[in-house]
Design a protein around this ligand. Structure first.
Ligand SMILES: C[S@@+](CC[C@H](N)C(=O)[O-])C[C@H]1O[C@@H](n2cnc3c(N)ncnc32)[C@H](O)[C@@H]1O
Ligand code: SF4
Length: 427
């Protein structure tokens, strides 16, 4: 077995001191090793358009290489283009070991296209400002929302111009609200350029009646995944936790969505989000198991409720579990074959009473930022409202703009990022 692996490696190598295995957005991975000095780690450089862009030591652990007898196996490398290259598209490049004339092959080529790194980690966009439900635990305080506002196709089209700056799974079609209440949701999905669907996902409560054509449009868009919120399968409790929703409608949607997805060659993945309450505690195992066995769960996130300032006191008193319930829950879920991740409450004592500001729900409390220069140090995250207003996450007071007013949004962002980097360098 080992011998054949070694032979296989030697055949691929063809005398090369290493190999480029993977090229993705701004990242080139592979391995390099000098058999003449087997104990010495080598340095590799990524050249783009003839200029060295980034170098690194090839010392990452690679059990496959160790098994194949390539040195001690610690000769992997991962070279990441600096994000000053973001937005520059695909350019020819190669990887070279320092002191060696030969370039490391990628497939059969020594020179290959190197795609630019994404400037943004994500763009959290909301195509609506409202929801059809009023869950008592919701991170959003809807008491001030009187009218449903919609993102127009023109505004969405402007946002799509930012796609070259985003990685797969980086474009959120909803963050805080319910995207399926947008009457033109399917039309917006149809605007996603061919081959770009893997950048998109959204979360839904599946609470409004939807037809199969809606689910088919999610498949056709080639979405990365769909998150489905599923807190209870008890009809009575559903009306409490998912206020204004009905279990029967949710399940009918879910079953048909899964049927449509199963009939497709490449459906979006389905992820589930379940909040932990005392009231649904004994159901949780069953929910995670059924999600996997019946409803195509690729991952099930079982999370604590972020305790918001506006969360009703009586709801918290009646539904929040105590801290000692979490190890028990973890142990029960770990018995299951279903893929799951448990997001436990923060360590601080008395979280049940505290009003935590969860890191990923940044819109709730308004940040008060001094009017300083924005910080463009990656990871960069953008937030977008339905009307095209956008800002850097947690830096609303420092960097915001309306994308509908920009002729070249990519150019604008890259320019702002470069100016910021230069300022930091100069100071
Ligand atoms: C804000 S919702 C928006 C999407 C959609 N309306 C829904 O509920 O599925 C996004 C996710 O956050 C969850 N969520 C809402 N309020 C939460 C809270 N206070 N703590 C933790 N998660 C919460 C929801 O259950 C949902 O899975
Ligand atoms: S369905 Fe989602 S957005 Fe709507 S109230 Fe419930 S948690 Fe909030």
């Amino acid at each position: 077995m080992l011998g054949s692996l070694r032979k296989h490696v030697q055949r691929i190598l063809g005398g090369s001191p290493g190999y480029v295995d993977k090229v993705s957005d701004g990242v080139v991975e592979g391995w390099a090793w000098n058999s003449a000095e087997p104990d010495k780690k080598v340095t590799v450089s990524l050249f783009v358009e003839g200029a060295a862009a980034v170098s690194g030591v090839a010392d990452l652990e690679r059990p496959d290489l160790q098994a194949a007898g390539i040195g001690d196996g610690k000769c992997g490398f991962r070279l990441q283009l600096p994000y000053s290259h973001a937005g520059l598209g695909e350019r020819p490049g190669w990887v070279q070991m320092s002191g060696a004339a030969r370039r490391l092959p990628y497939r059969k080529d020594e020179i290959f296209p190197v795609p630019a790194p994404p400037l943004l980690t994500f763009l959290a966009a909301d195509i609506v400002n409202n929801c059809n439900l009023r869950c008592p635990f919701c991170v959003v305080d809807y008491s001030e929302v009187k009218k449903t506002e919609l993102m127009t196709p023109a505004t969405f089209g402007k946002m799509l111009e930012l796609l070259p700056l985003l990685p797969d799974g980086g474009f959120w079609l909803s963050c805080l609200h319910e995207p399926t209440i947008h009457p033109g949701f399917e039309d917006l999905l149809r605007m996603i350029p061919a081959g770009q669907g893997q950048k998109f996902w959204f979360t839904t409560n599946l609470a409004r009646r939807m037809d199969d054509a809606m689910f088919q449009s999610w498949v056709d868009a080639g979405l990365h995944h769909v998150n489905v919120s599923m807190d209870t399968l008890d009809a009575g409790l559903f009306t409490v936790l998912r206020k204004h929703g009905r279990l029967e409608v949710f399940l009918d949607n879910l079953n048909r969505m899964v049927k449509v997805f199963r009939a497709s060659a490449k459906p979006p993945k389905i992820r589930y989000i379940t909040l932990v309450f005392e009231s649904n505690f004994d159901e949780l195992e069953g929910i995670v198991r059924r999600g996997y066995e019946e409803w195509m769960s690729s991952e099930h996130e079982v999370r604590y409720m972020y305790n918001m300032a506006h969360s009703p006191d009586d709801f918290r008193r009646d539904h929040l579990p105590t801290r000692d319930r979490w190890p028990e829950l973890q142990a029960r879920l770990d018995q299951l074959a279903a893929p799951h991740v448990v997001v436990c409450p923060p360590e601080d004592a008395g979280y049940e009473e505290q009003r935590n500001l969860p890191s990923n729900y940044f819109e709730i409390e308004k940040y008060r930022m001094p009017p300083e220069a924005p910080d463009f140090t990656p990871p960069l995250q953008l937030r977008a409202r339905h009307n095209g207003n956008m800002y850097l996450v947690s830096q609303e007071g420092r960097f915001s703009f309306n994308i509908t007013e920009l002729a070249d949004p990519v150019g604008y962002l890259l320019q702002a990022a470069r100016e910021s980097v230069e300022k930091v360098r100069a100071s």
